[in-house]
Write a protein that binds this ligand. Structure first.
Ligand code: NAD
Length: 415
């Protein structure tokens, strides 16, 4: 079976939203495509003396609300349609969070794991050489994503600064602290998701201190979610998993134990005293909260009916298929959709831009407080739209996000 085309999925989601909002056909058509996209060939001198040409993209989907914002992925299977879809999702995510930003995304077809540091640096600088006139703090601000790192952001910022002739920290986010990064970026995705969980718990009278939690995926998002759900709410994590399998212990699993076992054995599946479970089983456990923090398309029409959790937080992008969404909605499982639940990352990236512009660094407390305000406001807006239109939380999030972009386009006189 061929993989679904992510851009077609994003266009389908938009079409559903256009129906709910009764969008004008021309406005809908405008929103179906990126406003601008750049395809570049980047020559890089490799360490063995050969010249290799890499293909790169930058897609600026919509900038009605402000400069585009979105990561750059370095991946051997990168396609322009993936970048287009991700740039559309960034547009809706920034809008939903009330950020004065549009949506963009970039990608280079390459495998950084097979490249030396020098080759990676030349590729990063080459990418900026090709695009610097079309990106920047007022136009389009990239960030790290799959296989790109804070060090790469620093090289890109340096190269851009050379082109414009002055330090331009605000042209990119996810930088190391010493060159304009923000405190609090590391756990911002998990923390932001948990702020929305707190709001959901209030709405549905769930006592988080007495709740059990299962976490699928134990990378950046999942592992921080583990320690934070205990720290913030006192909830009990009873199951965790990663690509090699999972572990269940009704008595609870501590975050430091899971982290140590993963470091020592390269998987959380070997936690002592816990029962080994599969990645399918973890989704169907009798828990109160399920955190999806691994991959896309894991909750499908085949297992959605077996999910017992009351709330699902999608820290991963696209873990639930549209058919599964319908089943979960019918079964009254409250899904906090990806572009709301995992928006903490881009929100703190935006805070990084603001700090760069002001040349004034915030404390960790300031970052957390402002993140909480944004996430809470966005969650409440989506919940209200879901009640208003009687649609699931994903469709509701689309209505809030798309309506804001359309309003800005109208006021600007674009449509
Ligand atoms: P990561 O690479 O750090 O971690 C991914 C985890 O998923 C790893 O533990 C891996 O072992 C696990 N995994 C892989 N295949 C699996 C499988 N079949 N079953 C169970 N687990 C599996 O990635 P991350 O940054 O934590 O991102 C996870 C998800 O969250 C992705 O969908 C990503 O797009 C999304 N996300 C992350 C951020 C962020 O700031 N890190 C922001 C927004 C969205």
């Amino acid at each position: 079976m061929s993989k679904p085309n992510p851009f077609e999925i994003s266009q389908k989601q938009l079409a559903d939203c256009a129906k709910i909002l009764n969008l004008d056909a021309g406005v809908h058509e405008f929103l179906r495509h990126p406003r601008r996209e750049f395809h570049v060939s980047i020559p890089v001198r490799m360490d063995d003396g050969s010249l290799k040409i890499f293909q790169g993209f930058r897609v600026q989907y919509n900038d009605a609300l402000g400069p585009c914002k979105g990561g750059i992925r370095f991946h051997p299977d990168e396609t322009v349609d993936t970048v287009r879809a991700l740039s559309a999702w960034m547009t809706w995510k920034c809008s939903l969070l009330g950020l004065p930003l549009g949506g963009g995304k970039g990608g280079v077809i390459c495998n950084p794991k097979e490249m030396s540091m020098g080759e990676q640096e030349r590729l990063c600088r080459g990418y900026v050489d090709m695009l610097w006139e079309n990106i920047g703090p007022a136009k389009d601000v990239p960030a790290p994503d799959v296989y790109t790192t804070p060090q790469m952001m620093a090289w890109m910022m340096d190269q851009y600064s050379k082109h414009v002739g002055s330090n331009s920290f605000g042209m990119i986010t996810g930088k190391p602290l010493v060159v304009g990064g923000s405190l609090g970026r590391g756990d911002s995705t998990a923390r932001g998701g948990l702020f929305t969980l707190r709001e959901a718990a209030k709405e549905f009278n769930i006592d988080l201190a007495k709740s059990t939690v299962a976490i699928q995926g134990y990378g950046n998002a999942g592992s921080f979610a583990h320690s934070l759900v205990k720290e913030l709410f006192g909830s009990k994590v009873v199951a965790v998993s990663d690509s090699k399998g999972g572990a269940f212990n009704a008595a609870g699993i501590e975050a430091d134990v899971a982290a140590r076992v993963k470091a020592e054995t390269s998987t959380v599946a070997n936690i002592p005293g816990a029962k080994k479970i599969s990645n399918e089983e973890i989704l169907e456990l009798d828990v109160d909260i399920l955190i999806a923090a691994a991959l896309e398309n894991v909750i499908t029409k085949d297992n959605a009916g077996k999910i017992k959790a009351k709330v699902i937080i999608e820290l991963a992008n696209g873990p639930t298929t549209p058919e599964a969404d319908a089943i979960l909605f019918q079964n009254k499982v409250h899904v906090i959709p990806d572009f709301l639940a995992n928006a903490g990352g881009v929100t703190v990236s935006y805070f990084e831009m603001v700090q760069n512009i002001a040349r004034y660094n915030w404390t960790l407390d300031e970052v957390y407080t402002r993140l909480d305000e944004r996430m809470t406001e966005a969650y409440q807006a989506v919940l209200a739209a879901s009640k208003n239109y009687k649609v699931n939380m994903r469709q509701a999030a689309y209505t809030v996000a798309v309506a804001r972009v359309v309003e800005a386009m109208k006021i600007r006189g674009w449509v």
